[in-house]
Ligand binder design. Structure first.
Ligand code: SAM
Length: 255
């Protein structure tokens, strides 16, 4: 079965996401960005609500977009449990169509690398441009994935789901295509209870960019690169494997 990359985080993957995650984005990084840019703001790929819900808890006017109804259902449930009001949109970032424009649009981590090719990236950048007010800013973290060390293949990570089921996760295989700038990992997710077992293997595709290549895609969508930094906001080398792009609307493309 062919799985659209935008549907990767559904079903057993959405269920396993929070219990198996090893890293959460620091909300303060994004709160500081929003203090600079002003609101309203939009998080693309908000998933089950990190850092979106923390930003909403601080009263910031931020909405969320995600392509996975299952991740959004988890986000809504967490928001309800915490008494936080949040506006969520079930859309793909490469087909963004919202009734409002924003002063800031951001991704909290390298979720933009989940877009499978340059044409999806261009569509997403054009959507971002259309949904920014003039002078608005986009923050897009990007990474160049490294090939996984051989000993990671088959290594099993486990966690316990809310209902007590045992969740297991492992890397089955990995393929890298330097010409297409893609790395596809076959990931295996398992869920076991005394009564039943579910196993799913899904391809997880990452697509990366060179720095000039991404600047050119952004420019073609009407977005000017204002800075490229590391995660802490410091200047970074052209070939760094983690970069944060800040893009601003280009007046030539203003309507
Ligand atoms: C790694 S998760 C990050 C979620 C959240 N920001 C966090 O850090 O917990 C990536 C999220 O991006 C969403 N996503 C993937 N492709 C997408 C697309 N094309 N458009 C919108 N969301 C997408 C997935 O459904 C998933 O919820």
């Amino acid at each position: 079965m062919d799985l659209d990359p935008a549907d990767f985080y559904t079903g057993i993957v959405a269920e396993s996401y929070a219990p198996l995650r090893s890293f959460s984005p620091d909300p303060e990084t994004y709160a500081a960005f929003l203090r600079e840019t002003g609101a309203p703001a939009l998080e693309l790929g908000c998933g089950d609500g990190d850092p979106l819900l923390a930003l909403r808890r601080h009263g910031l006017d931020v909405e969320g977009v995600d392509s996975s109804a299952d991740m959004l259902a988890r986000c809504r449930r967490r928001a309800g449990e915490a008494g936080i009001a949040v506006t969520l949109h079930h859309q793909r970032m490469e087909a963004l169509d919202l009734p409002r424009k924003f002063r800031a649009i951001f991704l909290a981590g390298p979720t933009f690398n989940l877009l499978p090719d340059d044409s999806a990236a261009t569509a997403a950048l054009e959507g971002i441009r259309r949904h920014l007010v003039d002078g608005g800013t986009a923050l897009i973290p990007l990474h160049v994935p490294s090939p996984s060390p051989a000993d990671r293949i088959g290594e099993v990570h486990t966690a316990i789901a809310d209902d007590g089921a045992e969740l297991r996760f492992s890397l089955v295989s990995e393929e890298r295509n330097e010409a297409r700038r893609t790395q596809t990992s076959l990931l295996r997710y398992e869920r076991h209870t005394p009564e039943a077992s579910t196993v799913a293997e899904r391809p997880w595709l990452l697509h990366w960019y060179t720095r000039p290549g991404f600047e050119a895609l952004a420019a073609s969508a009407g977005l000017t690169t204002v800075s490229v930094t590391d995660a802490d906001g410091n200047t970074t080398e052209d070939d760094a494997d983690y970069t944060v792009f800040r893009l601003r609307t280009d007046q030539r493309h203003s309507e």
